[in-house]
Ligand binder design. Structure first.
Ligand SMILES: *Cc1c(COP(=O)(O)O)cnc(C)c1O
Length: 821
């Protein structure tokens, strides 16, 4: 019997809600997202107001089987058998319910906050302590005002420890999370610059974070930080660590790289102790020290702590989506496995539309705190609920619970090796495969077998960032303004269905592509949003209509062609979009042509005008603002005339990315969001971290060579080192999109934390970097652009082009890998 079961009458009392109980129900699950309803009949749906009003989703959740709702208002819902608990603030009610639940259990709770490293430290503490504790923790990085209550809700009576992280972005948030988590032990991780814009000063930020520890017995934190904040520490006792100050409880006085490890020595209780960290990057070392200090503070011996820290494994909270063998898509989540993260990964699998068939490869789940029969029944229910078509279970426990799984196609194996031996028979083809396994099953071997071998140059796309960028622009829109997302040219180089799936799932209103083929490919990948085609070729009208794509009509010739086509096929009222040229002088009807256009459209039963739009030539540039105003005037004149003659209203749209923010009065009915979605907008300063580039381009070192001063490097003997030194040859060249203009020191790449210049001409598949004085080895990662070290805008500036060109130049042979957490 699980402990998070409440009668709905009990819930009503706990959250102090109004409304009537029409029928008694048992509540086990809490929902805040109508797209994710598992075990709907036993769930309670909170209609939160966010980007969209949660009340809009009540009817849909009811249709999916939910019968209990927490709402702000209710009488107009006429849904029989449903209970509506009415509260002033549904989010506060969710938090109150979680706080109540937390209070019922007497377990040791560690609360973690900080600007960076929270999730890693949480996962590592879990790895370090799970041998002797039954631990409940946040799934992935569920650390927000909504994520924390949902995490705390997972506590059951078998748990004797909880490890919860709390993330905040502005003031007055932490108090609420403290009331839900109530940690006795606090851990403060690295304080950096993340979320600085939400706080007036560093001081304000630190003090806000401290609020998590206001009732804690003990706080583990960096001594260096305390120097400025000693008087403000809320916890009764501190346990400090430092790499600088010997006064700290744990004084780490030395650190050396030994092969792929980092060897730390420290003084603790007047003794010298040591610890081997299996990572060498700065952030991991700091996170490992925080874990080390925490283990010591919890009373573990230095020997035991060292033994366990040495076995830490990397934490990947991200799902990786990549191309697989035989036209499969592979979602790789082979680092951790528990019920919550399984559910999250299955949701992501469910969002994929590119293949009909959905497959799950799952290993036994460890450390769930549940008896096996309960655990695997829940797993089986999830698998059924998420409509998995093919299930492959790996491990003895799954094998012995095979009768729980009611899936059309299923296979079970004792271990990973047995499964790999049967790879051929499993016949993976045209399916989306989720690989989810506990660490010890080494499912990375399966992912290596199923994912297409990546050329070692990779464009990484962060889908979470894509969504936060979308949210950023949505927050800049006037109420009711729709969003057309521009996904032309492979979504500015970022991918096809992968990006479109995400946008469709998160409800943009329209997509736009450049050519009919691009639109057809999206339809084949299961995209059903309206799609506008900017450059429809008459020769492909069959494809256009077959896939219900909407052409842009920009000239009389094109209009004629399309109307004749429609006539010949008995097509009527086909949706078209009319493009007006108001000054860009690329495509579109000019102002003097509008009258004739109106005549041709009037009473034309073959087409229906869905939208009228134009394009700004310089929406980003203040020096052209007068011109932009002229464009706006011309546009208004044109659509007014067209609407009058049509006798119906159409969707009107003008703004591209830069226009959305600079010309809010010209948002009309819809905006066309392009490069901003991918994180670039000259109208938004780079310091505004609400907008982030979604793509990072990475490659690796193929060879390192010592070069004497005066020797020449690359074609035409174009490069030279001034002094004796070293070059690294890396796996990217102009055929990958790293243009020749970057050669001879113009371009820079990041190697081992340092930006180094190119030497000599860029060649087709390779180029050379000056790495003199750096410790660089074959296989080392090289970053061409990312958000932290060298932004796309900087690359563009180096060779005198624009970010658009840098992005779309990345060639198709560079593999795209998508991350989602
Ligand atoms: C590409 C394009 C956009 C998007 O422009 P961004 O500057 O990338 O936002 C909008 N409208 C039209 C017609 C386009 O071709």
């Amino acid at each position: 019997m699980l402990n998070n079961q409440y009668q709905i009458t009990e819930v009503k009392q706990i959250i102090n809600a109004g409304g009537n109980i029409v029928k008694e129900y048992i509540i086990c699950a809490l929902f805040t997202d109508s797209r994710r309803l598992n075990n709907a009949a036993e769930g309670l749906f909170f209609a939160l107001s966010g980007r969209r009003n949660g009340h809009e989703f009540v009817a849909g959740a009811y249709a999916a089987g939910v019968r209990n709702f927490v709402v702000e208002y209710g009488p107009e819902f006429n849904l029989p058998e449903a209970n509506f608990l009415i509260v002033a603030d549904p989010l506060a009610a969710l938090q109150a319910l979680a706080a109540y639940h937390r209070d019922r259990f007497n377990l040791q709770v560690i609360g973690i906050t900080g600007s960076n490293g929270k999730t890693i430290v949480k996962e590592w503490l879990y790895q370090l302590l799970a041998a002797d504790k039954n631990i409940v923790r946040n799934p992935k990085s569920y650390n927000s005002q909504i994520g924390v209550p949902l995490s705390v809700w997972q506590i059951n009576s078998r748990n004797d420890m909880g490890i919860f992280e709390a993330g905040i972005s502005t003031i007055n948030e932490m108090e609420k999370l403290e009331a839900i988590i109530k940690p006795q032990v606090g851990v403060l991780t690295h304080i950096g610059t993340a979320h600085d814009e939400g706080f007036a000063s560093k001081r304000e930020k630190v003090l806000e974070k401290f609020k998590l520890f206001k009732n804690s017995q003990k706080l583990i934190c960096n001594y260096d930080l305390l120097i400025d904040f000693r008087a403000d520490v809320p916890a009764k006792e501190t346990f400090t660590w430092s790499r600088k100050f010997s006064q700290a409880h744990l004084y780490v006085f030395s650190g050396t790289v030994i092969a792929k490890n980092y060897y730390l020595r420290a003084y603790y209780q007047k003794q010298e102790i040591e610890c081997l960290v299996p990572f060498t990057d700065e952030a991991s070392i700091e996170n490992a020290i925080v874990c080390w200090a925490t283990m010591l503070a919890l009373g573990y011996s230095a020997v035991e702590a060292d033994k366990r820290i040495e076995r830490l494994v990397p934490v990947s909270m991200r799902l990786e989506l990549k191309n697989g063998i035989n036209n499969c898509s592979v979602i790789d989540d082979s680092y951790n496995s528990d019920l919550q993260s399984l559910e999250i990964a299955l949701n992501f699998l469910g969002q994929q539309n590119q293949h009909q068939k959905k497959t799950l490869i799952l290993s036994d789940i460890y450390q769930s705190g549940l008896p096996q029969d309960v655990l695997y029944q829940q797993v089986a229910d999830l698998v059924t609920g998420k409509k998995v078509d093919k299930f492959i279970g790996v491990g003895d426990a799954l094998l012995s619970h095979r009768e729980y799984f009611n899936v059309a196609e299923h296979h079970f194996f004792n271990d990973t090796a047995a499964m790999l031996q049967h790879l051929k028979q499993l016949d993976f083809k045209d399916e989306t495969i989720l690989i989810k396994g506990s660490r010890s099953f080494e499912f990375e071997r399966i992912s290596r077998a199923l994912a297409q071998k990546a050329h070692e140059t990779i464009l990484e796309i962060n889908l979470n960032t894509l969504l936060s960028n979308l949210d950023f622009y949505k927050s800049k829109l006037k109420p009711g303004v729709k969003v057309m997302a521009m996904v032309k040219a492979f979504s500015y180089g970022s991918g096809t269905f992968e990006v479109a799936n995400m946008l469709q799932y998160n409800k943009v209103d329209y997509l736009a592509v450049a050519y009919i083929d691009e639109g057809a490919a999206l339809r084949q990948a299961g995209i059903n949003l309206p799609i506008m085609v900017l450059n429809p070729e008459a020769s492909a009208f069959d494809k256009l209509t077959e896939y219900k794509l909407e052409p842009v009509i920009y000239s009389f010739g094109l209009l004629d062609d399309f109307v004749n086509y429609a006539k010949g096929r008995n097509i009527s009222s086909y949706r078209v979009n009319i493009k007006i040229d108001t000054g860009m002088h690329r495509l579109g009807f000019e102002n003097h042509e509008i009258d004739t256009l109106c005549d041709m459209l009037e009473a034309n039963r073959f087409v229906r005008v869905q939208s009228v739009f134009s394009h700004l030539a310089a929406s980003e540039a203040s020096k052209h603002d007068e011109f932009t105003k002229t464009q706006i005037k011309r546009f208004e004149k044109a659509f007014t005339e067209i609407e009058r003659s049509l006798g119906y209203t159409v969707i009107k749209h003008l703004c591209n990315t830069a226009g959305i923010i600079r010309w809010p009065s010209a948002q009309y009915d819809m905006v066309r969001l392009g490069i901003g979605l991918y994180g670039i907008d000259s109208a938004v300063p780079a310091s505004n971290r609400a907008l982030q580039p979604i793509a990072s381009l990475k490659t690796s070192v193929a060879q390192v060579k010592k070069i004497k001063a005066g020797e020449t490097i690359s074609y035409s003997r174009s490069g030279k080192l001034a002094k004796d030194g070293k070059i690294a040859t890396v796996r990217i060249g102009y055929a990958d999109g790293y243009l020749r203009a970057f050669g001879n020191g113009v371009g820079k790449m990041l190697v081992k934390g340092t930006l180094v210049p190119t030497v000599g001409n860029i060649t087709m598949d390779m180029c050379m970097l000056d790495v003199s004085g750096l410790d660089v080895n074959e296989g080392d990662e090289v970053v061409i652009f990312d958000e932290q070290h060298q932004r796309i805008e900087e690359l563009a500036a180096q060779i005198g082009t624009i970010p658009y060109e840098i992005l779309t130049n990345v060639s198709q042979r560079v593999k795209r890998v998508y991350f989602y957490e």
